[in-house]
Design a protein around this ligand. Structure first.
Ligand SMILES: Cc1ncc(COP(=O)(O)O)c(C=O)c1O
Length: 429
């Protein structure tokens, strides 16, 4: 039906809506995605790397990136993520770390970054983009949690403002579109928009939902006309909650005092990472209590924190529920001094096989205790710190096994492995 245009070669209403989105997000071109930001990330990496080419990325990327590495056949060069010793969570990357890695791997085609991290930290993106471009590499940004950044000056710079080449934005997370609908934006001359579109067409469904497409257009329009006002209110609400919760004994929600610590050039004030160790709870326990006793669902929990998102969908009433719940929780669980010994992160394991090779290799379960020296066949991720401990194709070391054991003892949330008890770990034959 000509009036509906085609997402594969937009010429009509979809083109018009995408052009408006590009202008709204400060980009030269925009591509609507109905398979989530996951598809956006796959497309960005497949656009910039051919099989075997190198891509530099921090270790604390989302699991969709590991899928993109398998599909593209790219070789990952990981940068260690900074770890905040007080909160135990992964931060952004330092500009010096990016420069150092680019210098060591000048043949890499792209640098992939997060803006912001899951916990809401941002790296110094403008400085990093300038450095990476000096090395003639592309900058790709996972902006799944930063789709609102363009619309308020109190939020960190967006990837496009920072000069990145490509960014994938979850409009369905931080703005108002329906789940699964995302946007990829691009600027500059490094990638021809027609080529980017051709790559997305490889994985895009041939039956895109027009409900999702229309919701992207409506969310764009809402953000364009009302984004500033809505986000001012959202930031004020989040700052009010932060202030209220920080007045409770044993509860700590970080704010701008984090800025300047290694790997933190700025924060997204709308994310509330609520540390509950000071009242003797784990984040997992606090999540359960919030859900069952107060009917509040948080975004994420880990051993020390629950992560609450205040969004444009919130109002005084909804955030007051959170504040009241914590007033009550702090009465039920008095402040206690819980000194935790920081567990040092192991080094990034050596890569024996590319993610793609590891994915297609034969695998078998192997006794966990005796797995040192084997090539890992699965991805094991831990919250906190939100960094994969080992990825498929990497060599398991005693240090890695020891770290996993310590995380198990601390009841960290381990994810991704076939055997949840970790008596066995899948290795490559
Ligand atoms: C940092 C990050 N990147 C990418 C994604 C993937 O986004 P989507 O769920 O839209 O595919 C997520 C999803 O939670 C995410 O948290």
């Amino acid at each position: 039906m000509p009036d509906l245009d085609s997402i594969f070669a937009p010429q009509g209403v979809i083109k018009e809506a995408q052009d408006l989105a590009a202008a709204t997000f400060g980009a030269d071109a925009a591509h609507f995605i109905v398979n989530g930001t996951t598809a956006g990330i796959q497309g960005m990496i497949m656009t910039s790397c051919r099989p075997g080419e190198k891509i530099i990325l921090p270790r604390n990327v989302h699991k969709s990136v590991f899928g993109a590495l398998i599909l593209s056949g790219a070789e990952p060069i990981y940068m260690p993520a900074e770890l905040d010793s007080e909160l135990g969570i992964a931060m952004g990357v330092r500009s010096e770390q990016v420069e150092h890695t680019a210098r060591n791997y000048p043949e890499a085609k792209a640098v992939f970054l997060l803006n912001p991290t899951y916990y809401g930290m941002v790296s110094d993106l403008p400085a990093i983009v300038a450095t990476v471009h000096d090395y003639n590499m592309a900058v790709l940004v996972d902006e799944a949690h930063g789709a609102h950044f363009s619309f308020h000056p109190l939020l960190p710079p967006s990837a496009m403002e920072a000069g990145a080449d490509l960014a994938a934005l979850s409009i369905h997370k931080m703005l108002g579109s329906l789940t699964q609908s995302s946007l990829v934006v691009q600027q500059g001359s490094r990638f021809d928009p027609a080529y980017v579109k051709a790559v997305f067409n490889l994985t895009q469904t041939t039956s895109p939902s027009y409900v999702l497409l229309a919701s992207l257009d409506v969310a764009r329009k809402q953000a364009y006309f009302h984004g500033g006002k809505m986000l001012r209110r959202t930031i004020n609400l989040a700052n009010w909650v932060r202030h209220e919760l920080n007045s409770l004994p044993g509860i700590y929600v970080f704010g701008s005092e984090m800025i300047g610590r290694p790997g933190c050039a700025g924060i997204d004030p709308t994310k509330l990472c609520i540390n509950v160790r000071g009242i003797g709870l784990t984040g997992r326990e606090a999540e359960e209590i919030l859900r069952h006793d107060y009917r509040l669902q948080v975004e994420l929990s880990d051993t020390g924190n629950v992560l609450a998102l205040i969004t444009i969908g919130d109002n005084k009433e909804s955030v007051r529920k959170l504040v009241n719940a914590f007033h009550d929780i702090s009465r039920r669980f008095p402040e206690c001094s819980l000194l935790e010994r920081e567990i040092l992160l192991p080094g990034i394991p050596e890569l024996a096989l590319l993610p793609k090779e590891a994915f297609y290799a034969d695998k078998r379960p192997h006794e966990f205790k005796a797995a040192a020296g084997k090539i890992c066949g699965e991805l094991i991720m831990a919250y906190p710190p939100g960094i994969p401990i080992i990825c498929p194709g990497e060599i398991i070391t005693e240090e890695t096994l020891d770290y996993i054991n310590k995380l198990k003892q601390k009841q960290a949330w381990l994810q991704g492995m076939e055997d949840p008890t970790l008596e066995h770990i899948w290795v490559i034959r």
